[in-house]
Design a protein around this ligand. Sequence first.
Ligand SMILES: [Zn+2]
Ligand SMILES: [Zn+2]
Length: 265
Amino acid sequence: MIDTHAHVHDRAFDEDRDAMLARARDRGVDAIVTVGCDVEDSGRACEVAQRYGLSATIGIHPHEAKGAPDDLGAAFDALRARFGERIVAVGETGLDYHYDHSPRDVQRRVFAAQLEYASRCGLPLVFHQREAHADFVAGLRAGFDGRTQRGIVHCFTGTPQEARVFTGDFGLVLGIGGVVTFKTAQSLRDAVREVGLDAIVLETDCPYLAPIPHRGKRNEPAFVADTARVVAEVLDVDLETVVARADANARRVFGASLPLRTVTA
Ligand SMILES: [Zn+2]
Ligand SMILES: [Zn+2]
């Protein structure tokens, strides 16, 4: 089982990272992608990925767009020179108009720069989008080519119509996390039914958004199994099928550089 979106390099895990990764392995999680949110955080993601045999992404979260370096490409190139194949994607990048931690025009500029970088380097993308659907889609139309590029809309919580735009118009897959287990998330469950097993991957976004029955606690990759069980119920298929298909989709996005059985703690 692949946790396609985690932040296991987060300080929330500094006290028990070895034990946390051992619990993940015991529940069948054999690959984890730990996701960077600014240049420094991406460096930490790469270091933890290297130490534990995981994969990492490098990116500037929309919240952190205002602190992005002028020469983003040079900063990313330096990380790729140091960590090479550990780095499987650019992200998380996108737009977040819910919190507006960075001005919207700055978010759009830094999003476009990361689309351009990923396209130039042939790397897939991990997208974060919240309450910015129209501008986000406009950014994709300008800077993302679904015929040659791949990507994940992580922590997807939108409607069936939005899901269809991402999967149909751009060939993206949807990252489904703990929210799908919440009672209030009926429209998300409808969206999962709408796109089906060809267009979803599993994620935790830990340490945030723990699925039921862990809701409100610190999330961790082991809990991706709880999300997988709910997705199986929603689609009325068995758990093994969900995991096999979601993992195959993840490997299609991240490519051969996502190693098998990476979790070594
Ligand atoms: Zn996110
Ligand atoms: Zn995240």
